[in-house]
Write a protein that binds this ligand. Structure first.
Ligand code: NAD
Length: 256
């Protein structure tokens, strides 16, 4: 599906990013695992087992909150591959106080998390789309979440230390709308921009929480990282060539 495409995955060493990188390489692409944690990104590249017909995985250091870092990555990939076909805005920066209940979120923490996450997504989108425009083509996929579009189901968190952070709602709803903004702005330049909104992803959550969550789902319940991969590959591939400005939900029906 992605033969010879050069695809950058920011946060490529994370829970979803690792699976995305491997899937892109399995489909014949060159996957760039770009992460602020370069050691973890190198491990992702080392773990990739070359396969017949498969592509490759390259580790790269990237801080999405630094314009110098974003521009340096774009420049080095252009020098090495001659082009960049796509970028997946997938990193997940958060500060040490992220994830508190609404009453405990300070103004400073709210702003810091919006700055790094939403600001970083803007910076990556801006700089890559400018490079895409110059080369005449490009594909941007923004990772949002169902919680960028639906009101939280707070009741599923009852009895757990978890919540659905208020910063996350602000950031992810803005990511959905930035997707439309960028899609509209770059229309006619060979650039498409779409959004992928997964539901919760399995990560050893408590059984009571999973039972409450799964009661809202259609079949499997909470999905694993690999369950989201197919939709990402579709958005990256030419099979979705006439889609732009859209937001796809993958959540086993949790949000409906
Ligand atoms: N896991 C979920 O339940 C879930 C559900 C819906 C949407 N999402 C979204 O999917 C995306 C990936 O989430 P995840 O669960 O894989 O996160 P994760 O925390 O497992 O991985 C995030 C990665 O981003 C990297 N990172 C952090 N700050 C960075 C920066 N400044 N520059 C570059 N890299 C940086 C980290 O080193 C890490 O490797 C996020 O946008 C997240 O909001 C996740």
């Amino acid at each position: 599906m992605l033969n010879d495409k050069v695809v950058v995955v920011t946060g490529g060493a994370g829970a979803l990013g690792r699976g995305f990188v491997a899937a892109i390489a399995r489909q014949g692409g060159t996957a760039i695992a770009a992460d602020v944690n370069i050691e973890a990104a190198r491990q992702v590249a080392d773990e990739w087992q070359a396969q017949p017909g498969g592509g490759s995985v390259v580790a790269a250091e990237l801080d999405i909150t630094s314009k110098d870092s974003v521009c340096a990555l774009i420049g080095s990939l252009q020098a090495r591959f001659g082009r960049i076909d796509a970028v997946v805005n997938n990193a997940y920066p958060r500060n040490k106080n992220y994830g508190r209940r609404l009453e405990e979120v300070t103004y400073e923490d709210f702003c810091a998390n919006v700055d790094s996450h939403l600001g970083g997504y803007f910076l990556v989108a801006q700089q890559f789309c400018m490079a895409f425009k110059a080369q005449g083509h490009g594909n941007l996929i923004n990772m949002s979440s169902i919680y960028g579009s639906m009101a939280p189901r707070f009741e599923v968190y009852e009895g757990t230390p978890m919540t659905m952070p208020v910063e996350y709602a602000a950031i992810k709803s803005a990511v959905v709308h930035l997707t439309r903004y960028f899609a509209q702005y770059f229309k006619g330049n060979g650039i498409r921009v779409n959004c992928l909104s997964p539901g919760g992803i399995l990560a050893n959550q408590p059984a009571d929480f999973l039972a409450a969550y799964n009661a809202h789902c259609a079949s499997k319940g909470m999905l694993a990282a690999e369950d989201v991969v197919g939709t990402l590959l579709f958005l990256l591939s030419d099979e979705s060539r006439y889609m732009t400005g859209q937001n796809l939900f993958v959540d086993d029906g949790f949000s409906i």
